[in-house]
Ligand binder design. Sequence first.
Ligand code: 8YV
Length: 333
Amino acid sequence: MRPSVLATRATFPDIAARLRAHFDVEDNPADTVWTPAELIRRLQGKQGVMSTGSERIDAALLDACPQLKAVCNVGVGYNNVDVAACTARGVLVTNTPDVLTETTADFGFALMMATARRITESERFLRHGEWTKTGIYDMFVGGDVHGATLGILGMGRIGRAVARRGAMGFGMRVIYHNRSQLAAEAEAECGARYVDKATLLKEADHLVLVLPYSPQSHHAIGAAELAQMKPTATLTNIARGGIVDDAALAQALRAGTIAAAGLDVFEGEPALHPDLLAVPNIVLTPHIGSASVQTRRAMAALTIDNLIAALGFGPRAGKPPTPVNPEVLALAR
Ligand code: 8YV
Protein backbone atom coordinates (compact mmCIF):
# COMPACT_ATOMS: atom_id res chain seq x y z
CA MET A 1 0.00 0.00 0.00
CA ARG A 2 1.27 3.50 -0.85
CA PRO A 3 1.82 5.78 2.14
CA SER A 4 -0.60 8.66 2.58
CA VAL A 5 0.48 12.23 3.18
CA LEU A 6 -1.26 15.50 3.93
CA ALA A 7 -0.24 18.85 2.43
CA THR A 8 -1.82 21.31 4.82
CA ARG A 9 -1.65 24.41 2.59
CA ALA A 10 -1.71 25.13 -1.11
CA THR A 11 1.62 25.19 -2.91
CA PHE A 12 3.01 25.28 -6.47
CA PRO A 13 1.03 22.56 -8.27
CA ASP A 14 3.89 21.48 -10.52
CA ILE A 15 6.15 20.93 -7.52
CA ALA A 16 3.46 19.26 -5.40
CA ALA A 17 2.80 16.85 -8.28
CA ARG A 18 6.04 15.06 -7.36
CA LEU A 19 4.41 13.80 -4.18
CA ARG A 20 1.84 11.86 -6.18
CA ALA A 21 4.54 9.66 -7.72
CA HIS A 22 5.03 8.03 -4.31
CA PHE A 23 2.07 8.82 -2.09
CA ASP A 24 -1.68 9.12 -1.85
CA VAL A 25 -1.96 12.84 -1.27
CA GLU A 26 -4.66 14.84 0.44
CA ASP A 27 -4.09 18.51 -0.26
CA ASN A 28 -5.81 21.81 0.36
CA PRO A 29 -6.21 23.67 -2.94
CA ALA A 30 -8.63 26.13 -1.28
CA ASP A 31 -5.78 27.01 1.14
CA THR A 32 -8.05 26.97 4.20
CA VAL A 33 -6.33 27.32 7.59
CA TRP A 34 -7.70 24.29 9.46
CA THR A 35 -8.52 24.23 13.14
CA PRO A 36 -6.40 21.88 15.30
CA ALA A 37 -9.32 19.41 15.42
CA GLU A 38 -9.74 19.50 11.64
CA LEU A 39 -6.01 19.00 11.16
CA ILE A 40 -6.05 15.94 13.44
CA ARG A 41 -9.08 14.57 11.59
CA ARG A 42 -7.37 14.93 8.22
CA LEU A 43 -4.09 13.48 9.51
CA GLN A 44 -5.71 10.19 10.53
CA GLY A 45 -3.94 7.32 8.76
CA LYS A 46 -1.30 9.62 7.17
CA GLN A 47 2.41 8.84 7.53
CA GLY A 48 3.67 12.27 6.53
CA VAL A 49 2.66 15.90 6.62
CA MET A 50 3.88 18.90 4.66
CA SER A 51 3.14 21.59 7.24
CA THR A 52 3.62 25.34 7.52
CA GLY A 53 4.00 27.83 10.34
CA SER A 54 0.19 28.07 10.48
CA GLU A 55 -0.21 24.60 11.99
CA ARG A 56 0.73 23.66 15.51
CA ILE A 57 2.27 20.18 15.64
CA ASP A 58 2.22 19.30 19.34
CA ALA A 59 2.07 16.31 21.65
CA ALA A 60 -1.74 16.17 21.56
CA LEU A 61 -1.72 15.99 17.76
CA LEU A 62 1.05 13.39 17.73
CA ASP A 63 -0.80 11.24 20.25
CA ALA A 64 -3.95 11.46 18.14
CA CYS A 65 -2.00 10.48 14.98
CA PRO A 66 0.29 7.64 16.08
CA GLN A 67 1.02 6.52 12.52
CA LEU A 68 2.70 9.86 11.66
CA LYS A 69 6.40 9.42 10.82
CA ALA A 70 7.50 12.70 9.24
CA VAL A 71 6.66 16.37 9.75
CA CYS A 72 8.17 18.34 6.87
CA ASN A 73 7.77 22.01 7.60
CA VAL A 74 7.94 24.73 4.94
CA GLY A 75 10.18 27.36 6.52
CA VAL A 76 13.50 27.60 8.28
CA GLY A 77 11.77 28.43 11.57
CA TYR A 78 9.88 25.56 13.20
CA ASN A 79 8.61 27.01 16.46
CA ASN A 80 5.16 25.71 15.42
CA VAL A 81 6.51 22.18 15.93
CA ASP A 82 7.18 20.62 19.33
CA VAL A 83 10.43 18.97 18.22
CA ALA A 84 11.05 17.26 21.58
CA ALA A 85 7.59 15.65 21.44
CA CYS A 86 8.29 14.49 17.87
CA THR A 87 11.70 13.07 18.78
CA ALA A 88 10.25 11.26 21.80
CA ARG A 89 7.78 9.52 19.45
CA GLY A 90 10.31 8.80 16.69
CA VAL A 91 8.77 11.37 14.34
CA LEU A 92 11.25 13.05 12.01
CA VAL A 93 11.04 16.85 11.61
CA THR A 94 12.57 18.71 8.67
CA ASN A 95 12.79 22.41 7.76
CA THR A 96 14.04 24.50 4.80
CA PRO A 97 17.30 26.23 5.73
CA ASP A 98 19.78 27.78 3.26
CA VAL A 99 17.43 28.11 0.28
CA LEU A 100 15.86 31.25 1.78
CA THR A 101 18.90 32.88 3.38
CA GLU A 102 19.80 35.46 0.74
CA THR A 103 16.20 36.30 -0.17
CA THR A 104 15.27 36.89 3.46
CA ALA A 105 18.41 38.98 4.01
CA ASP A 106 17.52 41.07 0.93
CA PHE A 107 14.09 41.64 2.42
CA GLY A 108 15.44 42.50 5.86
CA PHE A 109 17.76 45.04 4.32
CA ALA A 110 14.95 46.49 2.20
CA LEU A 111 12.68 46.77 5.23
CA MET A 112 15.43 48.39 7.28
CA MET A 113 16.13 50.90 4.50
CA ALA A 114 12.44 51.65 3.98
CA THR A 115 12.14 52.25 7.72
CA ALA A 116 15.24 54.46 7.97
CA ARG A 117 14.30 56.53 4.92
CA ARG A 118 10.54 56.66 5.67
CA ILE A 119 9.52 55.26 2.30
CA THR A 120 5.99 54.08 3.07
CA GLU A 121 5.16 57.00 5.33
CA SER A 122 6.10 59.45 2.57
CA GLU A 123 4.24 57.40 -0.04
CA ARG A 124 1.07 57.59 2.04
CA PHE A 125 1.49 61.37 2.25
CA LEU A 126 1.87 61.59 -1.52
CA ARG A 127 -1.06 59.27 -2.29
CA HIS A 128 -3.29 61.28 0.04
CA GLY A 129 -2.61 64.38 -2.06
CA GLU A 130 -0.78 66.12 0.77
CA TRP A 131 2.31 67.05 -1.29
CA THR A 132 1.50 70.62 -2.20
CA LYS A 133 4.87 72.36 -1.90
CA THR A 134 8.32 71.35 -3.19
CA GLY A 135 11.70 71.89 -1.61
CA ILE A 136 10.75 71.62 2.08
CA TYR A 137 14.14 71.28 3.73
CA ASP A 138 13.13 68.75 6.39
CA MET A 139 10.37 66.88 4.60
CA PHE A 140 10.57 63.21 5.62
CA VAL A 141 14.17 63.45 6.70
CA GLY A 142 15.27 60.07 8.00
CA GLY A 143 18.50 58.49 9.17
CA ASP A 144 21.36 57.45 6.92
CA VAL A 145 21.99 53.78 6.33
CA HIS A 146 25.44 53.98 4.72
CA GLY A 147 28.18 54.49 7.29
CA ALA A 148 25.78 53.94 10.21
CA THR A 149 26.05 51.23 12.87
CA LEU A 150 24.06 48.12 12.00
CA GLY A 151 23.14 45.99 15.01
CA ILE A 152 22.07 42.40 14.51
CA LEU A 153 20.43 40.30 17.22
CA GLY A 154 20.77 36.59 16.35
CA MET A 155 23.64 35.62 14.10
CA GLY A 156 22.69 32.54 12.14
CA ARG A 157 22.77 32.24 8.37
CA ILE A 158 20.33 35.09 7.74
CA GLY A 159 22.01 37.36 10.30
CA ARG A 160 25.36 36.86 8.59
CA ALA A 161 23.85 37.57 5.17
CA VAL A 162 22.36 40.83 6.52
CA ALA A 163 25.75 41.69 8.05
CA ARG A 164 27.55 41.16 4.73
CA ARG A 165 25.14 43.50 2.98
CA GLY A 166 25.74 46.21 5.58
CA ALA A 167 29.51 45.84 5.86
CA MET A 168 30.36 45.27 2.20
CA GLY A 169 27.59 47.10 0.38
CA PHE A 170 26.92 50.10 2.59
CA GLY A 171 30.12 50.70 4.55
CA MET A 172 28.33 50.10 7.84
CA ARG A 173 29.96 49.28 11.14
CA VAL A 174 28.33 45.95 12.04
CA ILE A 175 27.93 44.73 15.61
CA TYR A 176 25.97 41.68 16.73
CA HIS A 177 24.82 39.76 19.74
CA ASN A 178 24.08 36.06 19.74
CA ARG A 179 23.87 33.19 22.23
CA SER A 180 27.41 32.29 21.17
CA GLN A 181 30.12 34.31 19.50
CA LEU A 182 31.05 33.32 15.94
CA ALA A 183 34.52 31.98 15.17
CA ALA A 184 36.97 34.74 14.16
CA GLU A 185 36.89 33.61 10.50
CA ALA A 186 33.10 33.76 10.34
CA GLU A 187 33.14 37.22 11.92
CA ALA A 188 35.70 38.42 9.37
CA GLU A 189 33.73 36.91 6.49
CA CYS A 190 30.62 38.93 7.34
CA GLY A 191 32.43 41.97 8.77
CA ALA A 192 30.73 41.85 12.19
CA ARG A 193 31.97 42.33 15.74
CA TYR A 194 30.48 40.61 18.81
CA VAL A 195 29.14 42.81 21.62
CA ASP A 196 26.95 42.19 24.66
CA LYS A 197 23.24 42.88 24.33
CA ALA A 198 23.35 46.17 26.26
CA THR A 199 26.07 47.51 23.92
CA LEU A 200 24.11 46.35 20.90
CA LEU A 201 21.01 48.22 22.05
CA LYS A 202 22.96 51.33 22.99
CA GLU A 203 25.12 51.62 19.86
CA ALA A 204 22.97 50.40 16.96
CA ASP A 205 21.58 53.02 14.59
CA HIS A 206 19.59 50.28 12.89
CA LEU A 207 18.80 47.12 14.86
CA VAL A 208 17.70 44.05 12.88
CA LEU A 209 16.24 40.99 14.64
CA VAL A 210 17.08 37.63 13.10
CA LEU A 211 16.88 35.20 16.00
CA PRO A 212 14.65 32.11 16.25
CA TYR A 213 11.58 32.27 18.47
CA SER A 214 11.70 30.22 21.66
CA PRO A 215 10.43 30.77 25.21
CA GLN A 216 13.90 32.25 25.90
CA SER A 217 13.58 34.84 23.10
CA HIS A 218 9.97 35.80 23.97
CA HIS A 219 9.87 39.60 24.30
CA ALA A 220 13.66 39.84 23.89
CA ILE A 221 12.79 43.40 22.86
CA GLY A 222 10.36 45.01 25.29
CA ALA A 223 9.99 48.37 26.99
CA ALA A 224 13.26 48.05 28.95
CA GLU A 225 15.28 47.20 25.82
CA LEU A 226 13.65 49.91 23.69
CA ALA A 227 14.51 52.44 26.39
CA GLN A 228 18.20 51.60 25.97
CA MET A 229 18.16 52.39 22.23
CA LYS A 230 18.99 55.74 20.61
CA PRO A 231 16.02 58.02 19.96
CA THR A 232 17.23 58.15 16.33
CA ALA A 233 17.45 54.35 16.00
CA THR A 234 15.26 52.04 13.92
CA LEU A 235 14.16 48.49 14.76
CA THR A 236 13.47 45.87 12.08
CA ASN A 237 11.93 42.47 12.87
CA ILE A 238 12.12 39.77 10.19
CA ALA A 239 12.40 36.93 12.72
CA ARG A 240 9.17 35.95 14.48
CA GLY A 241 6.25 37.55 16.19
CA GLY A 242 6.61 37.39 19.96
CA ILE A 243 10.29 38.35 19.96
CA VAL A 244 9.15 41.98 20.18
CA ASP A 245 6.54 43.12 22.68
CA ASP A 246 4.32 44.78 20.08
CA ALA A 247 2.35 46.88 22.59
CA ALA A 248 5.58 48.22 24.12
CA LEU A 249 6.94 48.96 20.65
CA ALA A 250 3.85 50.93 19.64
CA GLN A 251 4.18 52.92 22.85
CA ALA A 252 7.91 53.57 22.20
CA LEU A 253 7.19 54.73 18.65
CA ARG A 254 4.48 57.06 19.89
CA ALA A 255 6.73 58.47 22.61
CA GLY A 256 9.77 58.91 20.33
CA THR A 257 11.85 56.45 22.36
CA ILE A 258 13.10 55.18 18.98
CA ALA A 259 12.61 56.78 15.57
CA ALA A 260 10.87 54.07 13.56
CA ALA A 261 10.24 50.36 13.12
CA GLY A 262 9.87 47.90 10.26
CA LEU A 263 7.91 44.75 11.03
CA ASP A 264 7.32 41.69 8.87
CA VAL A 265 6.19 39.48 11.77
CA PHE A 266 3.72 40.05 14.60
CA GLU A 267 2.44 38.59 17.82
CA GLY A 268 -0.72 36.66 16.95
CA GLU A 269 -0.44 37.23 13.17
CA PRO A 270 -2.38 37.60 10.94
CA ALA A 271 -3.96 39.84 13.59
CA LEU A 272 -2.02 43.01 14.43
CA HIS A 273 -1.91 44.91 17.68
CA PRO A 274 -4.22 47.83 16.89
CA ASP A 275 -1.76 50.37 18.33
CA LEU A 276 0.77 49.44 15.63
CA LEU A 277 -1.69 50.55 12.96
CA ALA A 278 -2.16 53.87 14.70
CA VAL A 279 1.48 55.04 14.63
CA PRO A 280 2.87 56.63 11.45
CA ASN A 281 6.58 55.85 11.87
CA ILE A 282 6.31 52.17 11.05
CA VAL A 283 6.61 50.03 7.93
CA LEU A 284 4.37 46.95 8.03
CA THR A 285 4.50 43.89 5.75
CA PRO A 286 2.58 40.59 6.02
CA HIS A 287 5.35 38.03 6.76
CA ILE A 288 6.85 38.01 3.26
CA GLY A 289 10.56 37.87 4.07
CA SER A 290 11.14 34.72 2.01
CA ALA A 291 8.58 35.56 -0.66
CA SER A 292 10.42 35.62 -3.95
CA VAL A 293 9.16 33.25 -6.63
CA GLN A 294 12.49 31.46 -6.82
CA THR A 295 12.81 31.03 -3.07
CA ARG A 296 9.24 29.97 -2.39
CA ARG A 297 9.60 27.37 -5.15
CA ALA A 298 12.91 26.19 -3.67
CA MET A 299 11.31 25.93 -0.20
CA ALA A 300 8.44 23.83 -1.56
CA ALA A 301 10.83 21.61 -3.53
CA LEU A 302 13.11 21.06 -0.51
CA THR A 303 10.13 20.21 1.70
CA ILE A 304 8.96 17.64 -0.82
CA ASP A 305 12.48 16.18 -1.16
CA ASN A 306 12.49 15.84 2.61
CA LEU A 307 9.09 14.17 2.74
CA ILE A 308 9.86 11.70 -0.05
CA ALA A 309 13.21 10.74 1.51
CA ALA A 310 11.86 10.66 5.08
CA LEU A 311 9.27 8.05 4.09
CA GLY A 312 11.90 5.93 2.34
CA PHE A 313 11.51 6.85 -1.33
CA GLY A 314 13.52 8.59 -4.05
CA PRO A 315 17.28 8.84 -4.54
CA ARG A 316 17.85 9.97 -0.92
CA ALA A 317 15.61 7.35 0.69
CA GLY A 318 16.10 7.43 4.45
CA LYS A 319 18.44 10.45 4.20
CA PRO A 320 16.31 13.59 4.00
CA PRO A 321 18.45 16.64 3.13
CA THR A 322 17.60 18.90 6.07
CA PRO A 323 16.48 17.07 9.22
CA VAL A 324 15.94 19.05 12.42
CA ASN A 325 16.13 15.97 14.69
CA PRO A 326 18.50 13.61 12.83
CA GLU A 327 18.75 11.44 15.94
CA VAL A 328 15.39 9.98 14.90
CA LEU A 329 17.04 8.72 11.69
CA ALA A 330 19.89 7.14 13.64
CA LEU A 331 17.37 5.26 15.82
CA ALA A 332 15.48 3.99 12.77
CA ARG A 333 18.61 2.36 11.33
C1 8YV B 1 7.70 31.14 5.81
C2 8YV B 1 9.38 31.74 7.60
O1 8YV B 1 6.93 32.00 5.06
O2 8YV B 1 11.09 30.28 6.92
C3 8YV B 1 10.48 30.77 7.86
O3 8YV B 1 10.76 30.51 9.03
O4 8YV B 1 8.94 32.40 8.47
C4 8YV B 1 8.87 31.94 6.24
O5 8YV B 1 9.87 31.78 5.29
C5 8YV B 1 6.83 30.51 6.80
O6 8YV B 1 7.53 29.70 7.65
C6 8YV B 1 5.75 29.72 6.06
O7 8YV B 1 5.39 28.59 6.72
